[in-house]
Design a protein around this ligand. Structure first.
Ligand code: CP3
Length: 654
């Protein structure tokens, strides 16, 4: 087998990087067998089909007869969607429900999958099969289907096309995004990062790709670590091997060179042929310093990746990706609120809930606050409790005792009565406000969406408002764990829809507020909360950074990290350096000035700002914030000074 070769030393004396995950051990022994030193850097983790929560939301609506049409964007995605659904429903049930609705296939690949499942295709989109042709076909040749007033599911794989979604909405469709996933980055990207660094520095020159998804994951991590340029340079001196045609196709599309593809797409053959030819190939590279390599972004990073648009290149988004910045980004929790005169004037005229439900006013409040204090990000003006209305509760703020939620939830039967959130309809005002605010903000200021974490939201619904000791909440949790978990599942499922709709409307990142979770001990957090917060965070559209924030959580940091989030929000009770060390590599942090420091004199505020920046020590991935929300009595001038201090004291251009 293999091509005839001159006498070689095999892989002797060479380190060989392989990105294989599932068959890592087998790969390592193949490399060793040929005399090489394996450097295994797993680039993927298979996501269990059952974790495709969006697929199940789609199924709920489909079987309830609420879906009028589906647009199948990709072959792999369509197949993954069906396979995920088949973990819970019979194939026949799925096929017969889909046969009742309009099915649009974007191109030959989804067509093939749909035919295989014998699902009638209503509309086949002509070449070149982009979203523009889909719209054109729906406009000009709709075969009895109208977007106006229809509920349309859009199957997505890897990338969400905002422009397409917007056009559908503009034509009057209510869109349900159905992102499905098969592969994710491994939980620990450390080995992958080290391998990429070894390639960049020229320490390792032989690289094996055994799966197409590895290519994009490698590029994604390279971007995250700021290694793309050095990698582009280093790769021209490497022997880059692809296991077979599918993998090579993606490699070529991303601008990666391919020096070897074996006759048969098998791991064993790949290593064998690599061992046979590596000497000759390396020699060639040494003699001709080949032309440079121009790496492309993977599609999922394209929408938000660096170098593409001012939002992606903003300080805030860079910090979320743990990339170096010219100065530490800063925004403040509750940056729009009663400490600001503009806000108080407005509130004198408009009740709080009415304000939240007026997109124009929300946009004005959000943009004014961010601009006035010079923040690097804006947070949409809304409230954590707005979602209780579509869940079936009344909400009031004007009673003088903070928010009031009625009726209270106290037992299992109350959980069963909870409504399913259809956020696209019932919280329409918020998404409208996001669209408007995004269009009014400067192009380099990201807009954050937010939601309460399941625990904090549950506590308001159970207590009926704020609480001192969470007696009713904990009592339900301990008395009736079944009802508790059912409630948390219902909430996290609703919150996924809620945050993903915010993302579809235009927010760049999402903060999850678990404001009151610090009242739980570790074991209870792990047992009663972590799985639900994790399923919320995992359900959030990939590519959108998530900030996982809680207060009084010094004892829970490691567990919160496990629950997820690209950024962990720290309250003011922890030392930032110690907290970050506990959280470990691979995560950004946000925080954590005590909001009461803003009541002191400016020189003291400056000193305390410096202290926090010293603790962050210029490490990439710090977002400056308070350790909790600004208090209404805070002198506004001190807030303006704070953002200036952060920028001045952290400036990397000094
Ligand atoms: O940060 C921002 O500028 C965005 C707006 C925002 C508000 N609430 C506006 C608001 C955010 C992010 C929230 C989140 C929120 N809401 C949380 C988590 C907060 C955290 O810091 O951890 C919680 C617990 C709520 C529930 C809620 N809503 C409370 C406790 C209150 C305060 C009641 C009071 O009288 O102070 C509200 C009302 C609320 N939400 C106000 C604002 C500006 C004050 C309303 C007013 O103008 O009177």
């Amino acid at each position: 087998m293999g091509r005839p070769t001159t006498k070689t030393q095999g892989l002797k004396g060479l380190e060989v990087i392989a990105f294989e995950s599932r068959r890592a051990t087998e790969m390592a022994s193949l490399i060793s067998h040929h005399g090489g030193t394996p450097v295994i850097a797993p680039a993927m983790r298979e996501i269990p089909l059952e974790e495709n929560s969006a697929a199940f939301q789609f199924a709920d609506e489909l079987f309830a007869g609420k879906i009028d049409g589906i647009i199948c964007m990709t072959g792999v995605g369509t197949r993954t969607l069906f396979e995920a659904l088949q973990t819970s429903f019979s194939r026949q049930k799925i096929v017969s429900a889909l046969s009742e609705i309009t099915v649009v296939a974007r191109g030959p690949k989804p067509v093939k999958v749909l035919r295989e499942y014998q699902i009638p295709i209503t509309i086949t989109v002509p070449e070149p099969n982009t979203w523009r042709e889909i719209l054109q076909e729906l406009d000009e040749n709709p075969r009895g289907f109208t977007l106006q007033g229809s509920r349309v599911a859009v199957q997505e794989y890897g990338i969400s096309n905002q422009a397409f979604l917007r056009e559908l909405a503009e034509r009057g469709a209510s869109v349900l995004r159905v992102p499905v996933y098969r592969w994710a980055l491994p939980e620990d990207t450390g080995p992958l990062g080290s391998a990429l660094e070894a390639i960049s520095k020229g320490r390792v020159r032989v690289i094996l790709f055994t799966n197409a998804a590895q290519v994009d994951h490698m590029l994604q991590v390279a971007s995250k670590l700021g290694l793309r340029e050095s990698l582009s340079k280093a790769l021209k001196n490497c022997v880059v091997c692809s296991v077979g045609p599918t993998c090579s196709e993606v490699m070529r599309a991303r601008g990666l060179p391919i020096d070897l593809e074996p006759e048969h797409p098998k791991m064993g053959v790949l290593v064998q042929e690599c061992a046979d030819r590596v000497g000759e190939l390396l020699e060639k590279k040494d003699n001709h310093s080949g032309s440079g390599v121009a790496l492309e972004e993977p599609p999922s990073a394209r929408a938000t990746g660096p170098g593409r648009d001012p939002l992606a290149d903003s300080r805030f988004m860079k910090a979320c990706r743990r990339e170096p910045v010219d100065a530490t980004p800063v925004w403040l929790m509750r940056q729009a609120g009663r400490y600001m005169k503009e806000y108080r004037d407005l509130r004198a005229r408009v009740p709080f809930l009415e304000l939240c439900k007026s997109p124009e006013l929300v946009s004005e409040v959000t943009v004014t606050a961010a601009r006035r204090i010079g923040a690097d990000a804006a947070i949409i003006f809304a409230d954590l409790l707005l979602i209780v209305e579509p869940l079936g509760y009344d909400l009031a703020y004007d009673t003088g005792e903070g928010p009031v939620v009625r009726p209270v939830l106290r037992e299992s039967a109350d959980v069963d009565r909870m409504r399913e959130v259809e956020p696209e309809d019932s919280l329409h005002y918020l998404y409208e406000a996001i669209r408007l605010t995004r269009s009014e903000l400067p192009p380099d200021i990201p807009l954050l969406g937010f939601a309460g974490a399941p625990f904090t939201l549950a506590s308001y619904i159970i207590e009926g408002g704020a609480s001192k000791n969470y007696a009713h909440t904990k009592s339900l949790m301990y008395r009736d764990p079944g009802a508790w978990h059912a409630l948390m599942k219902h909430l996290s499922r609703s919150l996924v829809k809620y945050t993903n709709a915010q993302i579809a409307a235009g927010v760049q990142a999402v903060q999850i507020f678990d404001t009151w979770v610090g009242c739980l001990g570790r074991a209870d957090y792990r047992r009663f909360v972590l799985p639900h917060t994790r399923s919320l965070i995992q359900g959030i559209t990939p590519g959108t950074p998530v900030i996982n924030f809680g207060t009084g959580t010094s004892h829970l940091l490691e567990d919160m990290r496990e629950a997820g989030g690209e950024v962990i929000g720290l309250d003011f009770r922890v030392e930032l350096d110690q907290a970050w060390a506990r959280l470990g590599e691979g995560v950004a942090v946000q925080g954590n000035l005590d909001p009461l420091v803003l009541f002191a004199e400016p020189p003291y505020i400056r000193e305390r700002t410096q202290e926090i920046l010293d603790k962050a020590a210029g490490r990439a991935g710090h977002i400056f914030n308070l350790g909790h929300g600004i208090l209404p009595q805070t002198p506004v001038d001190n807030v303006l000074r704070l953002t200036d201090f952060v920028h001045e004291l952290s400036s990397r251009k000094r």
